[in-house]
Write a protein that binds this ligand. Sequence first.
Ligand code: GCV
Length: 652
Amino acid sequence: MTSLPLAHPAWLAPGAFAAIRGRRVRIDAAGGPVESLRADVIDAGGVIVSDDAQADLVFTLDESVDTGFRLDRAETTTVSAASTTSLLHGWFHLVRLGDRAFSPDLPAGHHRPAHALRMLDHWDNVIVHPVMGQVERGYAGGSIFYDAGAVREDLRRVRTYARLLAAIGIDRVSINNVNVGATESELLTDRLGDVERIAEEFRVWGVRVHLAVSFASPMRLGGLSTADPLDTSVRQWWADAAARVWDRIPDFGGFLVKADSEGQPGPFAYGRNHADGANMLAAAVAPHGGVVHWRAFVYNHRQDWRDRRTDRARAAYDHFTPLDGSFADNVIVQVKHGPMDFQTREPISPVLAAMPSTRLAVELQVTQEYTGHQKHVCYLGPWWSEILNSALDDSGATVSQIVAGGGGIAAVSNVGDDAFWSGHPLAQANLYAFGRLAWDPTLDPATVLDEWISLTFASPDGQVDAAVRETLHAIMDRSWETYELYTAPLGVGFMVTPGSHYGPSVDGYEYSPWGTYHFADRDGVGVDRSLSSGTGFAGQYLTPLRQQYESAATCPDELLLFFHHVPYSHVLHSGSTVIQHIYDTHFAGADRVDEMVERWATLDGHVERALFDRVAERLDEQRRSAREWRDQVNTYFLRKSGIPDAAGRTIH
Ligand code: GCV
C-alpha cells in the first residue's frame, strides 16, 4: 500500500477565496460537514465570530428551506438550509460570487438543485485488471482509492476530492467499477471495512457513498447455487448483506448494477427480467432508505456483423420500455445519454422519453473514453448542455426535466492519482462543468468554463491574468466541436481503434461483434435506422423526432449517418455534399488544433511551469493525433468513393 501525494490544486485555488478574507462569519450549526465549513472559512482568512456578534456572513439551519439553500442579504449575507451539506453548497456558491456575495444588491433567492440526485461513478478496480488497468477507461493514472489490490492507507486525496465535489454540488459517488471482478465483489462483505474508510472521507464533505455490486454475489460470496432474484434464499442473502452494509455505514447510498451486459451476470440467466432483478435488490435496500441504480446499458455484444437486422441502438429500449411501471419506487433506471456508447455525437436515447412511470437517471461520461483520452482538449460542457436542454417530444419536457425528480444525473468520473487529477489539466473543467450542470442545466457552458478558470487560476488577490482567461476560452469553448470535426463524421460514431478506443481505425469495428458499424461502400456510408427501410430505430422516438429522423431530407446534418445510408453525393442542409463535408471538416479540425497549439504557447510564463509543460505536451499529441485522424478518414473515403476533394488538398 502506498500513500498518494496531494495533487496540484484544482478549482479551489487559495485566491478564489479572496473575498472572504477578513470577513466575520457566524455559523449557527454544528456537526458533520459544518466542521469542514468552519475549517474552510478559517483557511480562507475569514474570522469566525460568536452567536451575538455582528457578522458579515451567517450560516444557519432552517428546516423550511426544502432543498438546496437560501441566500438573503440585509446588513449581512445569510445562507440558510435544512441540512449541513446544503450549507456547504451555499458556501461554495458564495465563493463563486466573490465580492458580489457581500454587495447590497445581492439578490435574495432560493437555490435549488435541478436534479435531486447528482452522482459520480468511478470505474476503479481494486486489483489491476490485466487489460483495463487500475481504472477502466481511466486516463489520469491510478485510482485515488485503491492501489494494486488494496485500499490506500493514505486517503487524504479522497478527502480533497470530496471537497471539490461539494464545491460543485455533487453529493453521491459510487466507488468501484460496474464491471465487478471477484476481488471487487468482496467490497460488499469481507472488504466492507475498506468501503467504510472511504465513506468516512466523503462524509466530511457531505458526499454519500454507493457501491457497484455483482448480480452473482449470492453465489460468489454467499456460496449459494443460484442468484435467481425470485429465489427466497437469494432474497434473504441480499437483505442480510444490505443490513450489514448500513450497520457499518449508516448514510450509505445504495447499489449500482450492470447486469446482463458485456459479460456481467444478470437475471436473464434465470429467465427473469430486469424489473425482477432490480426489485429484488430494491427490497433489500428499502428498509435502510437506499436506492438501486440499475443500468439500461444492455445489448448483445456478440452480434454477427453479417446480421443486418440486429441494431445495438435499439437494445435498451427493447429491453426496458416494456417494463415501464413495474420497477419499485427505489429503483432508478440509469440510461446512457445516447443509444450507443458515449460517442462524440449521438442522438439522445429514446428510452428517456418512453418510461414515464419509472424513475430515470441520465448517464454522462466525464472520462474521455471516446473523446480523446484526456490527451485531447475536449470541453464537453456544450454537449451536455445540449443533451440536458433538449426535448424528446412535443410536450417540450427536456431531458433534465424528465430525470429531475426521479433518478437525476450520473456520470463516469475522470479523476485519478495523476498530479493534475485528470491527466490533461484542462480536463478538470469537464468534471467542474458536470457538477455545475447537474445542479443547474440552464447555465451557459461558456460561463461555467469561465467560473472554472476564475476558481482555478486566481492569483492570491483573486484576479485572473486576462491573457490566461482569453486564451483558455479560445482553446476550450469550441473544443468539442473541433474534436468532432476531425473524428467520425456526421454522427456515424466509432471508427476508433478497437479495445483502446483511442485514435482512428475506420474499419476497426466494422466486422466485429460489438454492433458498431458504418457500412461504407463505394457508393455511400451510414446506417439505415429508418422505420420504413432500416432497423426501425427511428420509430422508437415520439413525434416530432420520429418523423424528423425518419427521412434523410429532415434529419439534422450532424446525425445524418447515424440514421441513414446515403450516397457520397448527398447534399446536406449546409449545401455541401457528404464527401466534401468529410474532407472540409477533417482539414478544418486539424487546422484548429494547430491554432490551439499556437495559442497555448503564448501562455508561457503566465501559468505554473509544470502545468504549462503538461498542457503543451498533450497538445503536441493532440496535433499528431488530429492529423492522423484527418489523413486516415480522408484517405479512406477518397479511396472508397473515388471522388476528389474539390479544393485539391493533399489526400494520401
Ligand atoms: C465499464 C463501454 C466501455 C466499457 C464500459 C461500458 C459500460 O462499453 O468501453 O469499458 O464498462 O461501456 O458503460 O459499462
